[in-house]
Design a protein around this ligand. Sequence first.
Ligand code: NAD
Length: 313
Amino acid sequence: MIKKISVIGAGRVGETTAQMLAIQKLASEIVLIDLDDQYAQGVALDIQQTSEVFKFDTVIKGSGDISAIKDSNIIIITAGLPRKPGMDRSDVLEANLKIIDGVMDGVIEHANDAFVIMVTNPVDALTYYACKKTNWDRSRIIGQAGVLDSLRMSSFIAMETGLSINDIKTLVLGGHGDTMVPLIRYTSIGGVPITQLLSKDVIEGIIQRTRDGGAEIINLKKNSSAYDAPAAAVTVMIESIVHNKKRLVPCISLLEGEYGQNGLAIGVPVVLGENGIERIIELEFNDEENALFSQSVSVTHDLALEVDKLISK
Ligand code: NAD
């Protein structure tokens, strides 16, 4: 078990993630940081009081002081504004970049050896920024997008087919937004390609619903973006690191030549283990996949340029 995991941002995603990590017994200590010290303490206490039900001995602490993350093995960053109905993830870039800049100062000062899981949106751009600011080995800074997008796509396929979610495999790459790339060639149920089980039209519908997965939930909830499935996705990533499971999952990583990109952070298949991102898997795309991925690269690249512009202001 990893000793200490800190969650910076004790809002909806942060709180739910901490609860799931405790239930899965993935750390002996979990620290939640938020702007308001008492609020963070309240969230921690609330989760602590579920320990008897879920039989965990993890100590949960809350604080408004970022130095409480000291010596964390893993830092999860969920601090920042979520989008509202009608907003795109990039609409919160300027506000969240400022927040992440401050948060990363704290991470560098107090937990310079930790792994960082970036969740705050726009997550590709902020993962890029965290890599750039720290200059750490890229294996230690991992953005969450593809695990969630794949969970969503798998759920839609299970809902459509009535078949067990346990047999469904999906893979969604690219940026976490409208240009994400759900890969149909890598989608199967019990090893059977999805194209043999569902019509082209139904598959197109599932792809679109996956792309709109976050927006669909915001539009229904109105005053909150999604947080249960995002927290579950982060938990999948942490579990693979803590238990050295070496799961092959899509995550945002800084590319250093892979997929023809240098210095861009975007969703690609990676192997997650005790050393963070241990491998990046390069797929050979067909023409259609290549066009979709290139479009996603272009949008993600523009956001990274926007980050550079805002930071040099
Ligand atoms: P939320 O408003 O419920 O929580 C955000 C928390 O961050 C708030 O409690 C706020 O006080 C705190 N915060 C702000 N600045 C801080 C700072 N400097 N230090 C510490 N805490 C600070 O929002 P949420 O629904 O939990 O979403 C959080 C972020 O995660 C948003 O940017 C959202 O878009 C993003 N998100 C990403 C994914 C993904 O797949 N990557 C999925 C869901 C949400």
